[in-house]
Design a protein around this ligand. Sequence first.
Ligand SMILES: [Zn+2]
Length: 289
Amino acid sequence: MASDVIPRVSAISAAVTRVLGCNPGPFTLQGTNTYLVGRGRRRVLIDTGQGVPEYETVLAEHVASNDVDVSDVLLTHWHKDHVLGVDFVRRLFPRAALWKFPDDHDAEHAWASDIRPIADMATFDVDGGVLTAWHTPGHTADHCMFHFADGAGGALFTGDTILGAGSSVFEDLHSYMTTLGLVRDRLAGSTWQVGELYPAHGPVVRDPRAKVAEYIKHRLDREDQIVAVTRDLGTSGPVDAAAIVAVLYKEVNPAVWPRAERGVVQHLNRLAATGRMEAVGDRWQVRDP
Ligand SMILES: [Zn+2]
C-alpha cells in the first residue's frame, strides 16, 4: 500500500522530527509514526509506538545525540500501536506529563492514573509554535488530532483518522463522517493554516484539502459500491456482510477482511437508516424504490 520508504528518523520540517515506531504490519503500514515537535531542547512527543525495543533504541539515541528533552507526551488515541511505548517513554523522560483524551480503555494501563485529560481545543506551547488538540471521534471515540501553528504553513497531526496511504477504519461511521466534515470545513476556512498532514501511518500528505475530499468521496463511493454488490449477489435472496467483503476486498490481504467487515456492517446500517437497504435477520438486501 505504501510506496515511500520512511526512514527511522527524519526531520520533516524545521520544528518536526518523525521517529518511526519500527512496528510494520498489515494494519500499521511501515509502522506507527511518532513525532517530536518543537525547535529547542524541550519538545512535545506525539504518540509512543507499540513498545518495540528497536524504537526505544532509535528514540533514545536521537534524543541523546541532539540533546533533546520531552516535556509532554500527547497520545492521539488508545490503540496499542500508539500507547504501548508509554512505559519506555516515561522511563526516558521521567518528568514528562502524559496527556490523552479520557477513555474507558485507559484503565488497562498502569499509567492510567497519571493521565492528564486533553480537552477539545486545549493548547500546548512549544518552542516554535502552538499545538491545539482537536477532538475528532470516529476512528475511536477518544481520537484527537493536533493542529500545529508553526509560524509557517501550519500542519495537522492526523493520527489514524487520515493516513498517508490507503484508507482508515472506524469504530463509528457516523462520528467518522462528522469528523471528516469538520476537518474539511476547518481547512477551507482562514482560522487554521494547514499546509501538510502528518499521519500516524504512511508518508506526509502534501495536499491536505484534496486528501480530506478524497477520504469523504471514498466513503460515499463505498456506499454506492456496497449497494451495487448487494444487488449483484442478491438475485436469489438477501446476502451477508462477509460475502460483500469478499467481493469488495478481493484484491486486499485477507488478514484485513474481518476488520473490513465491521466497516461494511456500519455502512449497511447507515444505508438501512437512510432507506437504501434493509436488514433481513443478519442479511441484507437493496430496497428498490
Ligand atoms: Zn488506531
